[in-house]
Ligand binder design. Structure first.
Ligand SMILES: [Ca+2]
Length: 170
């Protein structure tokens, strides 16, 4: 008796997002914020935000912090704009550089002062709060910008597609 096994062949083509058309910015208290789900390192994410005249989001107050959480699913790891990269000790916001006054760290964080130098949102059993993480991890992120720094229409180093700019992400 013969058993014939059919083996499904999966063509596991790596999907690489080549363009990010029209980010959907959300306005809150005079600033604009956007959730980007494409996974990048902390530095790449900071650079990506700058393509749109922005920076990684900086939840410097409790209300901005709560607002940013409302833009997420509160389970995903997301980069935000603080690190202790300059001296590996002092956590600070980067744009502009300023000390962290309001904070929302998980009680177990920051956890690895020798290896984790960039800030993320992530969920523990305490909820969705701040943690430190290796800057080379690839995560989604939140960008912020002021309305006046909007650069979508300039198309500098981007290809115009219809009325919008096409930005190459990777
Ligand atoms: Ca950590």
């Amino acid at each position: 008796m013969h058993f014939i096994f059919y083996r499904a062949t999966f063509s596991a083509l790596a999907f690489i997002p080549l363009c990010c058309l029209g980010l959907e910015w959300n306005t809150y208290k005079g600033m604009e914020y956007v959730l980007v789900t494409t996974k990048m390192t902390w530095i790449e994410a900071q650079r990506y935000c700058s393509n749109f005249g922005g920076v990684l989001a900086q939840p410097e107050t409790a209300d901005i912090n709560n607002y940013l959480k409302s833009l997420t699913d509160k389970t995903t790891w997301l980069w935000i704009g603080a690190s202790n990269l300059p001296d590996k000790k002092t956590w600070e916001w980067h744009n502009p550089i300023k000390p962290i006054k309001f904070s929302d760290w998980q009680s177990s964080e920051p956890s690895h002062p020798n290896s984790e130098h960039c800030m993320v949102y992530w969920k523990s059993n305490e909820g969705f709060k701040w943690g430190d993480l290796q800057c080379t991890s690839r995560k989604g992120f939140l960008c912020q910008r002021t309305k006046s720094s909007e650069k979508d229409s300039s198309c500098s180093d981007k290809k115009p597609v219809g009325q919008k700019c096409m930005t190459i992400c990777l």
